[in-house]
Design a protein around this ligand. Structure first.
Ligand code: ADP
Ligand code: MG
Length: 569
């Protein structure tokens, strides 16, 4: 008999071979030994407080590194709790491997502990869901799971491991060895389509580039900077496309977003989908006659919601470079004196004036704009910003700049609340490894913070210096003041009269720091905000909480359109 290995060790070694570096999870029966086997082979294990948050952290690590991290959960409820996270990763097109322990096979069908048809339930949120039939086949399935999570359009894989398979021993020589998954293939565009796209662009009077999070994931930052600067084309980032080309670049026309979308005659989409985030590409938000040039690695995405004039299947980095080559060979660029640039610059300026008035208003109770402006003033320009909440995220996106790619993580395509702290955990671990001086700032609405607030303890345990800023209006969307709250509740049953959007007034979230014998910050004025941010930047081995009580009636500046254009169905 040769050496024996159990399923736990085979799985840990297979993950290691595939380059998995981080596992986020919550352990229990039957995966405790597995988590230890993972640590034994040198994989970082990060224990979280809620499976959803663990799943958000794992997928953020996948987005930041381009390599899937693992989310490890127990059977039954453990797995059910991560479906929100799996759906979020799948909809965002981020790579992720979920590993679930499950009830021993000889207890299946007779009421086993946490028995649940896990593979079938996972399938709608996955590209690949499987249970290896035998421990010796584990490496083959891990290879396939990693390959499918990263090749083509990135997404989620699920692998299921009954307790008996993890503890079963097999002779080492019987384990079927798998090879390491190579980097995903780079898809080159059809040259004739590159020519066609370049011709259409060069004939355009009002061109616009839209940069999506696919460009961030595809590491297309240099290629896009070069195209935009060589050809002097205005661009708009999507929420997580922010920073691929710096928000401070003179070609960024985010403050003139509505006008740019409405007036452009040619739009090039680099890794952005015409879904709700881009108003489906339809009128009245878009010019009905606009020509769309779509660049995406996923052909199934083409012509969604409206037909594209040119749909190029290709990696953004190489496709963008080929388009730049064509255009610069023709010497084409948009004149700075063109009526298009003049219109956009005028809109940018007028928006700055409106926002400037809100920023200048520093009277308590504070408004969102002045709060974000003064935070932005102090935090390092290269910080990673994780953000969620309704107004907090939307207004924060406009005021908090990103100068680097993959430095903004938010509720994303699925609009998921509860992601912020998990994303911040992963971002802070990423910083520890790749950029130790860089800070993570987690900007949360008070409602959004509630979903995963206990991950504060995770941050504390792993010494992650995340600055959590709670922008507190005592509610979901709009907030409540004490008088309104009292009047509503006066003598009545709170479950009958408290508005569903209300949260308690004057909650001191900063006192959560006292769980660790530390002090948080409560702010009602701009000098208090400034002081709190400065103090928090000095803390390098623990999270901080800054709880900012804002005006419960604070809102967005008037918008030309509703957030979601009214449906005509
Ligand atoms: P946003 O929310 O920023 O608009 P989406 O998530 O809707 O972005 O779209 C991202 C798109 O980018 C997806 O359709 C995905 O297939 C695509 N994508 C991801 N990576 C690449 C890449 N390297 N090259 C081309 N397209 C990519
Ligand atoms: Mg709120």
């Amino acid at each position: 008999m040769g050496d024996e290995m159990d399923g736990n060790t085979i799985l840990a070694e297979a993950l290691k071979l595939q380059g998995v570096e981080y596992v986020f999870g919550i352990v229990g029966i039957p995966v405790i030994e597995l988590s230890m086997a993972m640590q034994a082979v040198g994989i970082h294990y990060v224990g979280c407080r809620n499976e959803q948050a663990a799943c958000y952290a794992a997928q953020a690590m996948g987005y930041l590194t381009g390599k899937p991290a693992v989310c490890l959960v127990v059977s039954g409820p453990g797995l059910l709790h991560v479906f929100g996270g799996m759906a979020n990763a799948q909809v965002n097109c981020w790579p992720l491997l979920v590993i679930g322990g499950s009830c021993p096979q000889d207890h299946e069908g007779i009421g086993g502990f946490q028995e649940c048809n896990q593979v079938e339930l996972s399938r709608p949120y996955c590209k690949y869901a499987a249970r290896p039939p035998h421990p010796k086949l584990i490496p083959t399935h891990v290879e396939k799971a990693i390959r499918l999570a990263t090749f083509g359009r990135p997404g989620v894989s699920y692998l299921d491991f009954p307790g008996n398979m993890l503890s079963m021993s097999v002779v080492s020589g019987d384990v079927i060895v798998a090879s390491r998954v190579p980097p995903p293939p780079v898809a080159f565009p059809d040259p004739s389509q590159v020519k066609e796209a370049s011709l259409i662009l060069s004939q355009s009077k009002r061109p616009l580039v839209i940069i999506g999070k696919g460009a961030a994931y595809g590491r297309a930052e240099s290629a896009l900077w070069y195209l935009i600067n060589t050809c002097n084309i205005p661009f708009l980032p999507t929420p997580m496309g922010k920073g691929v080309v710096s928000d401070t670049d003179e070609h960024c026309v985010a403050p003139a977003r509505s006008a740019a979308l409405q007036k452009a005659d040619v739009i090039v989409l680099f890794g952005a989908r015409l879904n709700w985030i881009l108003h489906f590409g339809r009128s009245p938000r878009f010019n009905p006659n606009v020509k769309i040039i779509q660049v995406d690695l996923c052909a199934e995405e083409f012509h969604n919601s409206r037909p594209s004039t040119v749909a190029i299947q290709g990696d953004i980095r190489v496709t963008c470079s080929s388009i730049t080559q064509e255009l610069s060979a023709q010497g084409w660029s948009v004149p700075s004196s063109s009526s298009w640039w003049n219109l956009l610059k005028t809109k940018v300026e007028s928006n700055k004036t409106t926002v400037g008035k809100m920023i200048a208003d520093t009277r308590p109770p504070l408004n969102y704009y002045t709060v974000f402006h003064h935070i932005q003033d102090i935090i390092p320009k290269d910080s990673i910003i994780c953000s969620e909440g309704a107004n907090t995220m939307d207004i924060g996106r406009a005021i908090l700049s990103n100068t680097l790619p993959r430095h903004r993580l938010d509720a994303g395509t699925f609009g998921t609340m509860g992601v912020g702290l998990g994303f911040a955990v992963a971002s802070a671990l990423w910083c520890q490894k790749y950029a130790p001086q860089k800070r993570v700032v987690c900007v949360e609405g008070d409602s959004a913070f509630g979903f995963s607030g206990m991950e504060l303890e995770t941050m504390y345990r792993y010494k992650l210096p995340v600055i959590i800023i709670v922008v507190n209006n005592n509610g979901i969307y709009g907030g409540f003041d004490q008088d309104t709250f009292n009047a509503i509740r006066e003598g009545a049953d709170p479950t009958q009269v408290t508005p569903p959007t209300a949260l308690s007034v004057k909650v001191h979230y900063e006192n959560m720091m006292s769980l660790f014998g530390k002090k948080g910050f409560f702010c009602q004025t701009i000098p208090e905000v400034q002081q709190a941010v400065r103090e928090s930047l000095k803390v390098v081995d623990s999270p901080s909480i800054i709880n900012i009580a804002i005006n419960p009636a604070a809102d967005r500046k008037p918008q030309p359109f509703n957030w979601l254009t009214e449906s005509k169905l």
